[in-house]
Write a protein that binds this ligand. Structure first.
Ligand SMILES: [Mg+2]
Length: 218
């Protein structure tokens, strides 16, 4: 875990979902793989050359937006996939139920954090996949605010979903902490927006958050 910044008056914790509330590399890789395979079919291209094309696009995007990384949604859009189609593909292809199970320790951690903070999710997955994922993890009722790809039709790293989570929670952006597993997607932009930011390696680091946040105040 790396704590970049925590505001003096933190009131809202904005969690990323995939790779943050669970650690499962096989499922994470399958999500990218399924969408890239579907894109290859749609474009009538072989997978390997398409993956090379995607890498080249990601490199040029990084040069244009230093310190940020293109999300899978940004890649799909660049290759001509509409946001509506992107959302449909995810809902057709993703199967969180096949990979994830209830996590009692996560539930207890979030309940403990909820004593001191409001909780929200900002995910680049769709709202319905997010709801299914949270149900699998046994934490579906613990996030009063959930902003998904189809809430604002914008993906991280974009300011809109972060602002939306703060607004829906009734909290100033300066009193938010963004918590996620990818610095360039979940942390860099929130820091620029005046939020706090905590980079985690996965759910094990989330379990440690109540203690780490307390220590950081001390
Ligand atoms: Mg993530």
């Amino acid at each position: 875990m790396k704590i970049y910044k925590t505001p003096d008056l933190a009131a809202l914790l904005i969690f990323d979902m995939d790779g943050t509330l669970y650690t499962n590399d096989v499922y994470l890789k399958s999500q990218t793989g399924l969408l890239v395979e579907r894109l290859a079919r749609r474009l009538g291209k072989d997978l390997a050359p398409l993956e090379e094309e995607i890498s080249r696009f990601q490199e040029s995007w990084r040069r244009e937006f230093p310190g940020r990384r293109s999300s899978l949604s940004i890649v799909l859009e660049a290759f001509g996939v509409s946001m509506e189609e992107n959302i449909r593909w995810r809902e057709e292809l993703y199967r969180p139920e096949a990979y994830l199970k209830a996590d009692l320790r996560l539930r207890e951690t979030l309940l403990s954090l909820a004593d001191s903070y409001k909780l929200a999710i900002v995910t680049n997955n769709t709202v319905s996949i997010a709801a299914r994922t949270l149900r699998c993890l046994g934490v579906e009722n613990l996030f009063p605010v959930l902003v998904g790809l189809d809430t604002c039709m914008a993906s991280k790293p974009h300011e809109i979903p972060f602002r939306r989570a703060a607004e829906e929670s009734g909290v100033d952006t300066g009193c938010c902490i963004s918590i996620g597993d990818r610095y360039e997607i979940d942390i860099a932009l929130p820091l620029e927006m005046g939020m706090g930011g905590i980079l985690v390696d996965g759910v094990e680091d989330v379990y440690a958050l109540p203690g780490s946040l307390l220590q950081n105040w001390g």
